[in-house]
Design a protein around this ligand. Structure first.
Ligand code: SF4
Ligand code: SF4
Length: 254
């Protein structure tokens, strides 16, 4: 394991604070290696007043995961020599209220496992104490739980955990690369939400999906409801997963 990473319990206190006063201000927004989850994109495009197509074209790169064969979306660096985040300014992060999950969680790292019987998510945290970060010299202390609550990470984890479930089950059911059409549909349903909304409304894409009618109605105007619907569509229609015990999904080979 990375020497900088140490396991930390939810009720354990750690010292950390970040502000423009620190000597290393903005250092962590260089050397960008930032993957984006669907909910990150939903929040960022809204903050920037862009459609999902515009956001994806302007700010992201896409490649195919070697094991899953699924599209992986990452932030495109603004300055090649230092791989600077496109959203960092001299005053700090210009998308701060809608920054991605990994920026919110830092200096913690979250890992999850899911109970196969109950579907319950068990989460573990590690503290990433990097030498260049002087935030650990601050007098301010908080527990892991206080930190995650203050950073409003819950809604991000809700969607990110669902994505990890989808990928895990996809790897069981359809190991290896997807065909081009399935890969494109996966990308549109989860990452290119405005296009998915248009296709959903124009092409009756959701005729065979088991989703509450109210959620479908909300999805016509609300991106969060739309992402819930997109994830259900990927599970139920694209990957043909079956519900179990009301809370999760399992695979069925077809
Ligand atoms: S204190 Fe850490 S988190 Fe804050 S700017 Fe410096 S490197 Fe980044
Ligand atoms: S999104 Fe904001 S906090 Fe995250 S790397 Fe970019 S500038 Fe830094």
């Amino acid at each position: 394991m990375n020497d900088c990473l140490k396991a930390i319990a939810p009720d354990t206190t750690f010292r950390f604070a970040c502000s423009p006063a620190v000597a290393c201000f903005n250092e962590c927004c260089q050397d960008l290696n930032q993957f984006l989850y669907p909910y990150d994109i939903l929040r960022l495009k809204k903050r920037l007043g862009l459609s999902s197509v515009e956001f994806l074209e302007r700010y992201t790169t896409r490649h195919i995961g070697p094991e899953s064969g699924l599209p992986i979306v990452a932030l495109k660096a603004a300055a090649a020599e230092r791989l600077t985040c496109p959203f960092v300014t001299q005053k700090g992060c210009r998308v701060y209220p809608d920054r991605p999950a990994s920026c919110r969680t830092y200096p913690l790292v979250r890992a999850i496992s899911r109970n196969r019987e109950t579907g319950e998510v068990n989460e573990r945290f590690m503290l990433l104490k990097e030498p260049h970060c002087s935030g650990f010299d601050a007098p301010t202390a908080q527990t892991v739980s206080q930190w995650t609550n203050n950073q409003e990470i819950g809604i991000y984890n809700h969607f990110n955990d669902q994505l990890l479930d989808i990928i895990r089950l996809k790897n069981q059911l359809r190991p290896g690369p997807l065909d081009l059409k399935a890969r494109h549909l996966f990308y549109v349903a989860l990452y290119d939400l405005d296009r998915f909304r248009n296709q959903m409304i124009n092409n009756k894409l959701l005729d065979n999906i088991d989703v509450e009618p109210q959620k479908l109605a909300d999805a016509k105007a609300d991106d969060t409801a739309l992402l819930e619907v997109g994830m259900e569509w990927v599970k139920q229609v694209l990957f043909k997963m079956q519900r179990f015990r009301g809370s999760g999904f399992k695979g069925s080979r077809v």
